[in-house]
Design a protein. Sequence first.
Length: 282
Amino acid sequence: MEIRTVGVLGCGLMGSGIAQVSAAAGYRTIVREVNDPALQAGLGRIRKFLADGVAKGKVTEDAQTKTLGNLTGTTSTADLKDCDIVIEAIVESLDEKRAIYQAVEAVVRPETIIASNTSSLCITELAAATTRPDRFGGLHFFNPVPLMKLVEVIRALTTSEETSRALTAFAGSLGKEPITAPDRPGFIVNRLLVPYLLDAIREYERGLGTIEDIDKGMKLGCGYPMGPFTLLDFVGLDTTYYIANIMFEEFREPRFAPPPLLKRMVLAGYHGRKTKRGFYSY
């Protein structure tokens, strides 16, 4: 099950990062977006990341040229027909994912693997929306993809052993460290991280300390690279709220329930860095 050509669905923050690391690893990479403005924005993000890396001496000009040379953008699903693996990184909507899988399956070969970068949806349910549930799995990358070393490899009930091995090997070929995660909401990382972030919000509401002091306490006292509120703003309060709701619906445990403050901030449009306002202002 040799992978030569990689398709990426979505050229947003995650999709562009996945496309970049795939192209940098030497794979012919085709990234598909719904329209040209979105595609150009994503490709521009990749070019800027590489250019900044060259300016800082972290990326060679040769590596920049090779990465961009392996990368192609498109707005047509038909251009993915020769892909050996297609990684989906679109919005967290089951209906939209089902629709794009159907479009992809109409053009790719029967042996092509489809993988989802979902951070919360059930991989078995997504696999069941395809005609190749044995050749479907989860590849959960972390933001920012070019810098974060971890990839969670999630096996659906229907994923074949051969597909699971291929996904793990592919993740390793990108210079990432793959770990095997269960097909349960949150997988491994978010299953442990989200309750921690929700607890930080609850304790802040109870007067444990200021946002700044709680962040400083966890950063300097525990050696974390950033405190919980800085991380919430970075991840996105809306994203955290969405994942927490899915986890609560699955397990019905109070620790997964979104705190009232988080809900109010999301409703107010305070989603963190991307909206210039979250627990901090940017």
